[in-house]
Design a protein around this ligand. Structure first.
Ligand SMILES: NC(=O)c1ccc[n+]([C@@H]2O[C@H](COP(=O)([O-])OP(=O)(O)OC[C@H]3O[C@@H](n4cnc5c(N)ncnc54)[C@H](O)[C@@H]3O)[C@@H](O)[C@H]2O)c1
Ligand SMILES: [Zn+2]
Ligand SMILES: [Zn+2]
Length: 371
């Protein structure tokens, strides 16, 4: 009889069931990994609460790592050319379709693939083992993955959010506005905003303002070296806070703003904190947060803002995420401390509740049955 795997299936919003599935036979282009652990993302929180992607039933979990226990004979190397063997630990990136305009014509931008697959965001199918909230996962043909055997589990679980931040900062750099002493404002200091701050610090940008409504998160931003924090809940209005932000930035506003909240009104406010001639990177909306209104005269035209959007990451961002994690540690940033909670797979509901109630920063689900 086939060996069995366990997976936490989100059968309906708010409801997980731990189910057993046989570990399938694999082809020469596939692998089986035994999951080590996986971070909980804001996206998982949204899926858990209301299934906005319409993928229920599903096995979630996309910020994970696993140890290769079976490997098809055609697999010898990871995406960067590093050899892989049974027993090595890997993290996965996107699964590009290989056929759409982005895949064919802009191979370094497969993050824009029209049918991009991501483990942990598939609807359930015959394979079942498609997400990291499980004991095992099937790595299908066409996957991009990296050998991370030299990393700690917390580092491995931070690779994916680090890649989001790396990609956003690379997009921001295309504006030509990020220099050594640029004054940068990061709006939203959840895991993503904090990662952006850490990436900026490893680039030598020291002049960083953080804005959030949560003092605990702003305190963590301080440990990442931001020079000033603003808690928007302490002001009678956004304009009152904006006046202070302007005062702090020589009456001008920030030279560059990263929008990392997922809140539509915050998306509108972000433009107002940018000075004339400045720039903005919008990365806060992996999910639709609804429309918001900006004034094209005051907020864009008159200020001549250079704006970029940032959408997840390409496999090419992963090696940079690895170097970033090492460099961040090297300059004493407590990035690994972002993983504040570790739950066993059997307590998946507690892990998701901790995430949606913002009781931690990065909550992790660990496969405590790993051999
Ligand atoms: N671009 C991408 O590819 C990508 C990838 C992953 C996540 N995201 C998005 O990034 C966003 C942030 O992710 P996260 O995991 O850090 O989420 P999170 O919900 O943990 O953090 C958001 C933070 O924004 C703060 N906030 C809310 N309203 C605010 C306001 N008006 N002003 C300032 N701060 C405010 C919250 O207090 C919270 O700390 C999410 O909305 C997610 O969809 C985007
Ligand atoms: Zn994520
Ligand atoms: Zn494609």
């Amino acid at each position: 009889m086939a060996e069995m795997a366990k997976a936490a299936v989100l059968v309906a919003p708010g409801k997980f069931e731990i189910k057993e599935f046989p570990i399938p036979e694999i082809s020469d282009d596939e692998m089986i990994i035994e999951v080590e652990g996986c971070g909980v993302c804001g996206t998982d929180g949204h899926e858990y609460k209301r299934d906005p992607f319409g993928i229920c039933p599903t096995v979630l979990g996309h910020e994970g790592s696993g140890k290769i226990i079976k490997m098809g004979k055609n697999i010898t190397k990871d995406f960067s050319g590093k050899p892989v063997k049974v027993g090595d630990s890997i993290v996965t990136c996107v699964i590009p379709c290989g056929e759409c305009n982005a895949c064919k014509n802009t191979p370094a931008r497969t993050n824009l693939c029209e049918k991009c697959g991501v483990y942990g965001l598939f609807p359930d199918d015959d394979i079942h083992l498609n997400g990291y909230y499980a004991t095992h996962m099937v790595i299908r043909k066409g996957s991009t993955f990296f050998n991370v055997s030299d990393m700690t589990l917390d580092q491995k679980m931070l690779v994916e959010p680090a890649a989001v931040a790396i990609h956003a900062v690379e997009r921001a750099k295309t504006t030509g506005l990020l220099r050594f002493d640029t004054s940068v404002l990061v709006q939203g200091t959840g895991p993503i905003g904090l990662m952006v701050i850490a990436v900026l610090r490893t680039l030598g940008i020291e002049n960083i303002i953080a804005v959030d409504g949560n003092d605990n998160r702003l305190e963590i931003a301080k440990t990442f070296g931001v020079s000033k924090t603003f808690n928007f809940t302490k002001y009678p209005s956004f304009d009152a806070m904006l006046a202070e932000i302007k005062e702090y930035t020589l009456g001008l506003g920030a030279e560059f703003v990263f929008q990392c909240t997922g809140v539509a009104q915050a998306g509108a406010n972000a433009w107002k904190m940018v000075r004339r001639g400045g720039g903005l990177c919008e990365l806060g909306f992996f999910m639709d947060g609804g429309p918001c209104s900006i004034n094209h005269h005051f907020d864009i035209c008159n200020k001549e803002i250079t704006a970029v959007g940032s959408w997840v990451y390409s496999p090419q961002d992963y090696p940079n995420a690895f170097s970033f994690l090492k460099r961040a540690k090297g300059i004493g940033l407590p990035v690994e401390g972002l993983v504040t909670h570790h739950f066993p797979l059997s307590q998946i509901t507690d892990a998701l509740e901790t995430n949606v109630n913002m009781l931690g920063i990065k909550v992790a689900v660990v496969n405590d049955e790993a051999k």
